[in-house]
Unconditional design. Sequence first.
Length: 203
Amino acid sequence: MTLYALDLFGTAVFAISGVLLACRNHMDFFGALVLAFVTAVGGGTIRDALLGSTPVFWIQNTHYLWVILGAVILGLATLNWMVRIRRILQIFDAMGLAVFSIAGAQKALAFGAEPVVAIIMGVLTGAGGGAIRDMLAGQVPMVLKQEELYATPAIIGCLFYLLLLSWSVNPTSATVLAGVLIFSTRMISVIRKIALPRIALPG
């Protein structure tokens, strides 16, 4: 499974999550397009800037922009069907988190980054776009909410991915296994309302 294929898939599912949130907030087509765009490329843009990979990926390859446009049209065309599925926004967001986190770690490794930096880049890629999307929609970003885990599944999944590579597991298998772990951990935390312990000042 190539980095390019992962990026395109993650772009599509994150763009659709942006469309769903835009529709929940009664935005117009332009609003849906903006949320889809920032969700799909926000985290990756920050990652590329930090890694020195410029121009950033979607400027070098405009296929990403066409994927976003197609995802917006598909999302709007199937909106009546998708809204019937409970937790549909969380499902698409979890898929994007899983795909982009691993893709971000992969790109960091390709640039010769240390494992800890690869994990950070993976989490940033996976969570960055969704955070920008939520802020533009006037909501507390999912990554900052206390009700459920968000960044933690990405950290666990990226660490697991690096461990699998160190154990000489096939990169494609490592990608799939780590992605499934991120998606599953995220969705379990949503369904079970699992969150990290709160930190409060004494007294």
